[in-house]
Ligand binder design. Sequence first.
Ligand SMILES: Nc1ncnc2c1ncn2[C@@H]1O[C@H](COP(=O)(O)OP(=O)(O)OP(=O)(O)O)[C@@H](O)[C@H]1O
Ligand SMILES: [Mg+2]
Length: 280
Amino acid sequence: MEEVLITCDNLSHVYSGGVVAVKEVNLKIRRGELIGIIGQNGSGKTTLVKHFNGLLKPTYGKVIIKGEETTNKRVQELSRSVGYVFQNPNHQLFAKTVTAELEFGPRNLGLSEEEVHERVEKAIEFFNLDTYRDQHPYRISFPLRKLVGMASIYTMRPDVFILDEPTTGQDNITTRIVYQLIRRLRDEGSTVICVAHDMILLAEVVERMIVMRDSVLIADTDPKTVFSDRKLMSSTHLYPPQITELSHRLKDKNFINTYALSIDEMQKVTDQQLQVKRSK
Ligand SMILES: Nc1ncnc2c1ncn2[C@@H]1O[C@H](COP(=O)(O)OP(=O)(O)OP(=O)(O)O)[C@@H](O)[C@H]1O
Ligand SMILES: [Mg+2]
């Protein structure tokens, strides 16, 4: 088993004013995992993940990052291990050019100018930002700004990337690019936690899916199990992929005997079923 990087032990968060945004969450995140977090608006996703790098501290319970409780740690220290890419890039970016934005993190880590330069160039290449390197981050489109937000964390080389809705507001092409980048991050050995609403594409990249409902973690399993649980899905007011819903209906009619998450899977399931029927 891989090393545990983040542990939430009975974590609750109550905002001033009394809103209980996260309630008694227990979970462990191991090195190399690729995890999706879904849930309705306001279900507590952002509040939960902001605890993973100390941006928020528990009201009750504990969060432990690489063996140390976050309570007395500064975000700056914790962000060496866990990088958080904000849901809204406007809350994250502040430099005058894309390059300056990307230089900030590694320079702050005290790296040599040579190393800073190397990391910035690698990030520009990884996120395909060469055309925009001298532009003001606020002058480029919102989807690109989100990529700059991801790139500026990438230059810090954290063990864990937390991406808070990297695909919200993105068109289909950029969404696919973001998911390709997430896969590549994992291939490079990073641990990635991604909050997202586009469950279908998310399900294609993650192996573990956490579901939040009304501040409570109600499921933590593989995407297929999540989507095939109709009761759970409808209780969250989230809709499974259409292909999964279709497979549910075919299963209800005993045409197939399992669920499908993608067209490819559906093809396999129906092919198998037709063969069984023919051989009878
Ligand atoms: N700074 C804050 N002060 C008070 N209440 C807050 C604060 N931030 C969030 N909340 C409340 O906490 C609850 C959870 O919010 P949170 O932003 O964590 O949800 P979310 O699942 O990320 O939602 P979304 O999908 O809209 O991003 C909501 O009821 C929200 O109104
Ligand atoms: Mg959020």
